[in-house]
Design a protein around this ligand. Sequence first.
Ligand code: F6P
Length: 422
Amino acid sequence: MKIAILTSGGDSAGMNAVVRSVVKAGILKGCEMWVVREGYEGLVRGNSEYLKATGSETPPAIKSEPDTVPGYPPSILNSLRFGDGKRLRDGTGDYTGGRTLKGRYIVRVGWDDVRGWFSEGGTLIGTARSAAFRTPEGRLSAAHNLIKEGIDALVVCGGDGSLTGADVFRAEWPQLVEQLRSQSQITDAQAQAHAHLKIVGLVGSIDNDMAMTDMTIGAPTALHRICEAIDNINSTASSHSRAFVLEVMGRHCGWLALLAGVAGGADFIFIPERPPKEMPWEDEMCAAIQDHRRIGKRKTIVIVAEGAIDSELNPIKAEYVKEVLSERLGLDTRVTTLGHTQRGGRPCAFDRIMPTLQGVDAVAALLESTPETPSYMIGIRENKITRVPLMEAVEMTRAVAKAVAEKDFEKAVSLRDPEFLE
Ligand code: F6P
């Protein structure tokens, strides 16, 4: 089987561990492994820019390793001979823009190419939020590029938007193949050989906002970063007896804010899924903080999820919270927006272990897949790596977002995690 992997949407710590794991697991199972640079955008662009520049679609293979090494399976050694990926590190040392690979987005990789990747932040194969892939023409071009390279299986690591894209792509695949065949862009034999596209999704997102999995890749590291930031801010907050309002990421999901608040001892937390019950919430927040000050607390930490809302669905903004704390409680208050410091940097241990296990299962799921089996999303439930139909997980995630938009917060939480409210 020829398997390609791409990372899509916002980068997250642990994406490189996924790529490494999928590539190595695939090679061990005798598959030919490819990476797609720059997410779906690379899939749409394919290797034609390279062809235009060099007159050839495939650079000559680099033979860099001996044919036999005692104790190593031939699949690993074979993969070492195909060193396209090595060029990712050639010349400029830039993984995503290396000189010899310019204009080449779909690249065959070997064992060596992903060595040591588990400890690197972000995604070394690049990511993008591709507008082109959202169009039918873009997806047709993506299908053509995969077929041209003979790739029959795709692993997508990204957030709910990226996995929705994967789901659409797989559903449309037969029509795309038929369209390419009828336009004579591919032969009948190619159309037959590529009648089905096997897809597996892995959830890479710091937001932990995907239903039907306990954890998304990158969320534990981001949480860790926020906790470190709170610890750092605590020094100044205590020294000056100040209040700090921290805005944290998470889009429409409050997981990062809630858990950071628990881990960092916050005084008050605003999340989208459970807005303050009392209106005006300003009274509730001030009363809680006054209580804490009365019992001797010198510092105040309020965490605001970027998607926080009040019970009337108005956004709650960090700057406004600061005004309330300053004006009503007379606290010397600062706002700190943690921004992208939450997303980058080296993955924590869990963001290396979980993606590694999930990557191995992703390859197994592809090898076991038949035209009748659904595309799976690889998740984790109660410390066990799980497979759930990708479509169901995407639909459930949308149902959660809808419940939040309709102010049915109990429903949102119970859909996201049925056991949470018990
Ligand atoms: O989905 C991940 C995330 O970091 C969100 O928490 C945040 O809202 C968004 O991406 C930021 O996106 P960008 O990096 O495009 O500004």
